[in-house]
Design a protein around this ligand. Structure first.
Ligand code: 5GP
Length: 192
């Protein structure tokens, strides 16, 4: 029987360095692909359509949502984000492991669907450090930063629902921990 791929979900408060960690993990690991989400938010400087996200209009997102094209979707900071179902299913069926970098709402939706998934939570070293990173990023206003910190506190309450936690204090060590999780899950007995 062909071995199916493993689904990994990584969630983290905004500003935890999740994007860098996910890229570091996928780039250093064979057999692991990142799912590319669709979003209604505008691209940030340096982001490329079809690479970082698939950027679509709200109307199109809602149409796709209605057609049940998303494995999960969520409204985050007033914009829609969704995981394209077909692409992920195709990769998993091929035996490719897939990394979903999604928020806690989306992760909990997948949990409710009963899909076998490995849940990983990324923590910033501290709330003070998180604030520092958000301010340093200088893409958000003071008000937006305050909102992101408030949301981050709420997201942290979901930590016990996850299987693993990785603190992003030193980038290389955090990536090494993520790699170890993927390797351990690949060695797990009883995975179908
Ligand atoms: P950002 O706009 O900063 O790239 O992402 C904002 C939040 O949306 C992050 O927590 C990110 O993980 C989450 N996100 C990105 N894609 C998806 C998705 O397809 N589904 C869900 N539920 N959240 C997503």
């Amino acid at each position: 029987m062909k071995k199916k791929g493993i689904l990994f979900i990584i969630s983290a408060p905004s500003g935890s360095g999740k994007t860098t960690l996910c890229s570091g993990l996928v780039d250093s690991m064979g057999g692991l692909s990142r799912s590319i989400s669709m979003t209604t938010r505008s691209p940030r400087v340096g982001e490329r359509d079809g690479m970082d996200y698939i950027f679509i209009e709200k109307e199109e997102f809602l149409k796709r949502k209605k057609k049940n094209e998303f494995l999960e979707w969520a409204k985050v900071f007033n914009e829609y984000y969704g995981t394209p179902k077909r692409y992920v299913k195709h990769l998993v069926a091929k035996g490719q492991d897939v990394l979903l970098s999604i928020d806690v709402q989306g992760a909990m939706k997948i949990k409710r669907l009963g899909i076998k998934t490995v849940y990983i939570f990324i923590l910033p070293p501290s709330m003070a450090k998180l604030r520092e990173r958000l301010v340093g990023r200088s893409t958000d206003s003071k008000k937006a930063i305050a909102k992101r910190l408030k949301v981050a506190k709420k997201e942290l309450s979901y930590l016990p629902r996850y299987d693993y936690v990785v603190v992003n204090k030193v980038l290389e060590s955090a990536i090494e921990n993520l790699r170890s999780i993927v390797i351990a899950e690949r060695c797990r007995i009883g995975r179908k």
